[in-house]
Design a binder for this molecule. Sequence first.
Ligand SMILES: [Zn+2]
Length: 184
Amino acid sequence: MKNKPDIIHIIEQEGIELKRGKGLCPFHNERTPSFIVNQNRQTFHCWGCGEHGDVISFIMKLKGISFKDALVYLGIKSGQPVKVDPAIAREKKIQKDYEAAINNLYENLCQQSRELHKVRIQVKENPGALTEQGAAYFAGLMGELANIDFKLDTLLKGNFEDKIFLLRGEKYAYCRETKQTAIA
Ligand SMILES: [Zn+2]
């Protein structure tokens, strides 16, 4: 595509302040910048809401206009039909896979957390039912519950690096079933 304007220039022109290629995302509300512009690739990406694209899709999304109108707005002359940039397509796929993995992990952890909470309530209601061995096992389960709740918290509020770190760790941990063996 001919005379595609520089993405940094256009984004700043639209009033988004960038510091070293980073700024507040115009597509979702945030106080800490997670909107990143890659000048080499001429793409933007938001780690907060997942918006991603080039200067044309940025203007389309920002202004709520069509591809054609975005070309006009940016003063780009379109000769041939636009091909999908394979690099962008690959990035999109990675982003999608990442989001799916996070969602999966979140659901798994929620399920585990629910089951452990159930065990906790049962033991609380009937503490005398625990054998000595059962009590030790129960203590272990509660440690695990705290761990799971911490992970859920990270998935909800953590930054990108924390989530990736968590995902990597979970890949090697096998799924442990939490049965109600604590109760004798
Ligand atoms: Zn965003």
